[in-house]
Design a protein around this ligand. Sequence first.
Ligand code: ASN
Ligand code: ZN
Length: 326
Amino acid sequence: RGDHRPLLPGAPPQAGEALRRPPTPTAPAPAPTTVAVRREIHDAQGTTTLPGELVRAEGAPATDDVSATEAYDGLGDTWTLYHSAFGRDSLDGKGLLLVATVHYDQRYDNAFWDGEQMVFGDGDGTYFTRFTAAKDVIGHELTHGVTQFTAGLTYVAQSGALNESVSDCFGSMVKQQALGQDVTQADWLIGQGLFTDRVQGVALRSMKAPGTAYDDPHLGKDPQPADMDGYDDLPHDQAHDNGGVHTNSGIPNRAFYLACTGIGGNSWEGAGPVWYDVLTGGRLAKDAQFADFARLTVEAAGARFGAGSREESAVQEAWTTVKVLT
Ligand code: ASN
Ligand code: ZN
């Protein structure tokens, strides 16, 4: 599935038209094109039919469904991060309508981007609560859309772990910006609040300390490595998470955390724009390895903040600490 909206180019001007109609100095300047978020929240009512029933269109008042409200607000916060920090209008940079479905399936323990829209489960209620409860998870799923429209990182092994990590980095920035947190105030957790109190754990992942987010009799221990010494070279099939894309992402996640805290201030004004430049700059290969991504971020930091800048050094040092660069 993809974006099937037809392109509607304006009719070309008639020959000589511009010459016959010179601009009149007294004419008012054209109104600036309005750029604003466009959202649609649907409800699958416990089925797997997508998108389900429309329950809230853009600008409509909130309903009494907390999942729908959280999804609507999280989509808005994600659009705002991309627009305010990176000048991007929606996932495709061209104002794509943001569509989300809540109450997908019964007791469904996940959220995902299906190539066209976001989908949120209610959680099983025993271990997981509703997946709209974490703003960074909403930002994570939407960022899969941004990656799809830009670098297109292949969802297997290192490029897949980079795809996952980019979703965590931007998801975390969505949360940090919405909460007004600088890099010292952020918790650097992904999915904080999704576990019920039965679970011994704080979140799905920790960008600051990968491998420490949970250690639970039912869920097991957080399997994320914190540097390349722990890289998990799993078979590249679906049964092994496409080569551990959700585990090995801990390594570039920690590099982002280290780069952000090394630079200081707000993540979306420091390492965030550097990561954004790499994701969208057209030089990142679909099958990029960690070291490719790392080198491009060092270069992008130099281009954005100056060769030899402390920002460039912080990015270099971050990748050295996680043992991707030497
Ligand atoms: N929540 C998961 C993710 O976005 C769903 C998946 O794709 N396995 O990575
Ligand atoms: Zn993901």
